[in-house]
Design a protein around this ligand. Structure first.
Ligand SMILES: Nc1ncnc2c1ncn2[C@@H]1O[C@H](COP(=O)(O)OP(=O)(O)OP(=O)(O)O)[C@@H](O)[C@H]1O
Ligand SMILES: CC(=O)N[C@H]1[C@@H]2OC[C@@H](O2)[C@@H](O)[C@@H]1O[C@H](C)C(=O)O
Length: 368
């Protein structure tokens, strides 16, 4: 039987790799397989260099756009070498691109990784640039994945919350009552500050299972200063990124606190900040006895998830694996679904999440 297969490609704010997933979409979506590809260190540094104002930005951006286009295309081609399906069944690729700047308050967001290059190199139809139409319609352009969560994880009898802990964290509220709107927003940092701080001190890219954080003590004064950032109490719709949560911001708050806090205690404090900001967002919602399902790389940080489960009100806590989708592949699968929406001329955004005036067909199509 001929099936429609879509390839989702996600390279998120953590810069931990390029996730490629294949999904089959007929009446229902089913996951086929996924793989993560390395981002070379030089490319990682070039991306990071563009997330803050830099010299000669246009030239750097132009070059990196093409370089990432090739990197995404090579990852897709490699992924398809061991595909357990006939690649002629692929309808399209949905490529998120790499966010280098997200400034919804200034009316723009920028994801790069040239889709023309991907289409030329893979000989596949590519859909990309999913966020800017939502922004043009008055939305935040993010988070987009709640629409996918609504499609695959909503239950008719249980209220559910899906929590993504990536570089940033975002929640999706899925009421069982389908007359109620799905809502969701970015809650603030996911792994980004934990990654940045351990990288500064040990050169490693993340705090494995949260062990370094677990060996320190939370500094309450610093925690309160970090939590006083207006973003945490702003009403949704809201989204954020590296523009807000970066090492310079953290170091400025530490400096302004006028106290000496050891590096390990700062890591413990950052884990507590991450857990508390997520939990405050979840607990502020009035869904009755929600089930909480976590996805994103943060599920592997046992110390963070244990702390979260002691802070949040929920009737059940687990990962999206219980709902049939491994937590590492939810976002990549979502971009496969978004490609399907674009190709079928269906909306990809949820105005109740992003704040856009209406539903919109997202993204551009770059024909094979
Ligand atoms: N074993 C582990 N222990 C602790 N943290 C981990 C572990 N494995 C992954 N992580 C964290 O997960 C992060 C990657 O998460 P993920 O791939 O969901 O991010 P992303 O897709 O870049 O984010 P975003 O959703 O913001 O776009 C890593 O940077 C790391 O901090
Ligand atoms: C601008 C941008 O790239 N935002 C990402 C980021 O990573 C998590 C969170 O912040 C979310 O808003 C979004 O990603 C997912 C894929 C989304 O749009 O739902």
């Amino acid at each position: 039987m001929k099936a429609d297969i879509y390839i989702g490609v996600m390279s998120g704010t953590s810069l931990d790799g390029i996730d490629v997933a294949a999904v089959r979409i007929d009446e229902k979506l089913s996951f086929i397989k996924a793989q993560c590809f390395t981002i070379p260190e030089k490319v990682r540094q070039d991306i990071l260099g563009l997330t803050q104002p830099a010299d000669n930005e246009i030239e750097k951006l132009g070059r990196l756009d093409i370089e990432l286009g090739h990197l995404f295309a090579d990852s897709i081609n490699q992924f398809l070498q061991s595909a357990p399906f006939d690649t002629r069944q692929i309808v399209a690729v949905g490529c998120h691109g790499q966010t280098v700047r997200h400034r919804p308050e200034a009316g723009f967001t920028l994801q790069i990784g040239d889709p023309n290059t991907i289409a030329e190199t893979t000989k596949l139809t590519v859909t990309a640039d999913f966020r800017r139409r939502d922004i043009a319609a008055g939305g935040q352009g993010a988070p987009l994945v709640p629409a996918f969560h609504n499609n695959v994880f909503r239950s008719a009898d249980k209220n559910r919350i899906i929590l993504n802990i990536g570089g940033m964290s975002n929640i999706t509220l899925l009421p069982a009552d389908n007359s109620k709107a799905v809502t969701g927003y970015d809650t603030g940092p996911g792994n980004i500050l934990l990654d940045a701080w351990i990288n500064k001190h040990y050169g490693t890219s993340y705090d494995k299972a949260g062990q370094w954080a677990a060996s320190g003590q939370v500094n309450q004064e610093l925690l309160q200063q970090l939590l006083s950032l207006p973003f945490f109490t702003e009403a949704p719709p809201k989204s954020t990124g590296r523009e807000q949560f970066h090492l310079d911001w953290l170091e400025q708050v530490i400096h302004n606190s006028h106290q000496h806090v050891s590096a390990v205690d700062i890591q413990a404090t950052l884990l507590e900040l991450t857990a508390q900001s997520i939990a405050a967002a979840i607990n502020a919602e009035n869904l009755t006895k929600p089930e909480l399902y976590i996805c994103g790389g943060g599920v592997h940080n046992n110390v963070l998830t244990a702390r979260l489960s002691s802070l949040v009100k929920h009737s059940h806590i687990g990962t999206t694996e219980e709902l049939g989708l491994h937590p590492d592949w939810v976002e990549a699968a979502a971009f496969g679904w978004l490609a399907h929406q674009t190709i079928k001329h269906l909306p990809g955004n949820l105005p109740s999440v992003t704040g856009a005036a209406q539903e919109r067909i997202l993204g551009g199509i770059y024909q094979a």
